[in-house]
Design a protein around this ligand. Structure first.
Ligand code: 4AD
Ligand code: MG
Length: 471
């Protein structure tokens, strides 16, 4: 394997080596900033222009890819510890000034929308390099956390016939010609209606009821027509499921897991996080004071790690909201009353104004939650939990599952879930059922919190949203 810049920057000098990358800048016919994506920092290449042809020098444009052989020495400049004295430079791929002008590779400030339109190139920017390196580290940390705790990674199906959440926002999967969609589904590929999964939970439960502790981490699909900064049609969800556990253990796991991941990011991605932290401060300097974050990105991460999450019931949350200033002054757009779902403005108030800490809300009214959640003794609420984060709102949604056959059967009827479609799910409640619980973490919501990016489209490489499936 070739040297990458992240390793080269730590090497002892002097050393002969070869490196490849893309030119970030070329100053004074003498200094190239070379980046290969392995880290945020670039390697300074120093060349004596007399030793190279004019033809080569004119090709050393921003964006061009090159291979350089030379000697790594201690740098005389103050910006870096080491630099590479170029002996040989080979152009691998030219990038002409003319072509460059049309793209986001042109070194000037571009809007995030523009960067999104050029999703094939945005990886090359410092910003998206940082975001996607962090995404990698967090994905790795998820597996590490569960592996270290004895959970087994289960691959649940992507094509399925069940709609776990019962929201009906599914993408149909069919091989029937478009005009035949309404005809007999027995002739379709699977001989029944199927769609892309909205959650791997029901299948993960089957595995947990044998293997004890499992988790899934895969893509999920929702045809919600909500063009918001927090929703994607294709997003990644982490879903642990534990047997012999109740809602309290579920919340404890959620809190511990989130703290672990945020702490992991702080340790694994220092340079990238500092960059994002400073970028946010610079961007916010242009905003009025009240619109700026009170805490910096890194301070917000530390705040989550260092504070116990607040735990309240839905009923308590409603009471707090009813007593709140915005409610009394009629500043909330949506009305608050027991039994209706909390809107993001309400969640925001609880997390950002009232508690100023992550908040876990438990015991929601059963009517607004999914059929599989365990009925509480009061007959009105279920053992559900949502974890709300500052700036994000709901980051985790979970529950203790209904493990009692008769109750679950009744709930299927109440929620119009056809028993035939999940006969296997029901059967597990007859054959050695146990209390169990789990949750789903929206991976991109976590990414938003850790990177400070305000739009979910900017934390997934290729976002899928209504009217957008480019690349
Ligand atoms: O609250 P949700 O719908 O819960 C479930 O799907 C359960 N089956 C999870 C479980 O108990 N195993 O979704 C879980 C999380 C949300 O809290 C949110 O973070 C994220 O998934 N999420 C989305 N993220 C991006 N785009 C969307 N359209 C999302 N919908 C949910
Ligand atoms: Mg939810």
């Amino acid at each position: 394997m070739k040297n990458t810049i992240v390793d080269i920057l730590k090497m002892d000098t002097p050393k002969e080596l070869e490196v490849s990358g893309w030119i970030k800048s070329f100053r004074g016919n003498r200094f190239i900033a070379l980046n290969d994506g392995s880290c945020l920092a670039s390697l300074q290449i120093v060349l004596e222009s007399e030793k190279f042809t004019n033809e080569l020098l004119t090709d050393l444009n921003n964006g061009s890819s090159i291979k350089v052989k030379g000697q790594l020495i201690d740098s005389m400049g103050s910006g870096q510890k080491v630099e590479l004295q170029a002996k040989e430079i080979i152009i691998l791929g030219k990038c002409s000034q003319e072509d460059l002008q049309k793209t986001i590779l042109q070194p000037k400030k571009h809007s995030l929308e523009k960067l999104r339109e050029q999703g094939h190139l945005r990886f090359r920017t410092n910003l998206f390099g940082a975001v996607f390196r962090i995404r990698h580290h967090l994905a790795f940390a998820i597996h590490k956390y569960f592996n270290d705790k004895g959970f087994f990674y289960i691959h649940t199906p992507i094509i399925t016939g069940t709609d776990a959440e019962g929201a009906g926002e599914t993408f149909r999967v069919t091989t029937l010609p478009l005009e035949e969609k309404s005809v007999d589904l027995k002739n379709d590929f699977f001989g029944k209606p199927t769609h892309l999964t909205v959650s791997g939970q029901l299948e993960a439960e089957l595995a947990a009821l044998s293997l004890g502790k499992v988790y899934t981490f895969g893509p999920t699909f929702r045809a919600e027509n909500s063009n918001t900064t927090r929703h994607l049609a294709e997003f990644w969800m982490v879903e642990p499921e534990i047997a012999f556990a109740d809602i309290k253990q579920d919340v404890d796991l959620g809190e511990d897991f989130l703290k672990y991941l945020i702490n992991y990011a702080l340790k694994s991605s220092k340079e990238d996080l500092q960059f994002l932290n400073d970028r946010e401060i610079k961007e916010e300097a242009q905003l009025p004071k009240e619109k700026r974050n009170k805490l910096s990105l890194i301070q917000r991460m530390e705040m989550v790690i260092n504070n116990k999450f607040i735990r309240i019931t839905y009923t308590e949350a409603i009471d707090i909201l009813l007593r709140s200033k915005p409610h009394k002054k009629k500043k909330f757009k949506y009305d608050i009353k027991w039994g209706v779902d909390l809107q993001s403005e309400h969640e925001k108030y609880l997390v950002e104004k009232h508690f100023q800490k992550p908040v876990v809300i438990v015991d929601y009214p059963k009517k607004i939650k999914a059929f599989y959640m365990r009925d509480n003794e009061d007959g009105k609420t279920v053992a559900a939990m949502d974890i709300l984060f500052p700036g994000i709102g709901e980051i985790v949604g979970g529950s203790q599952r209904e493990e009692r056959y008769e109750v679950l059967e009744k709930k299927c009827a109440e929620f119009n879930v056809p028993k035939e479609s999940i006969w296997w799910y029901l059967e597990t409640r007859k054959l050695g059922t146990v209390p169990h619980a789990g949750f789903g973490l929206g991976f991109e919501r976590l990414m938003m919190f850790v990177t400070g990016m305000g739009n979910i489209r900017d934390v997934i490489p290729f976002p899928r949203t209504p009217n957008n499936a480019e690349f």
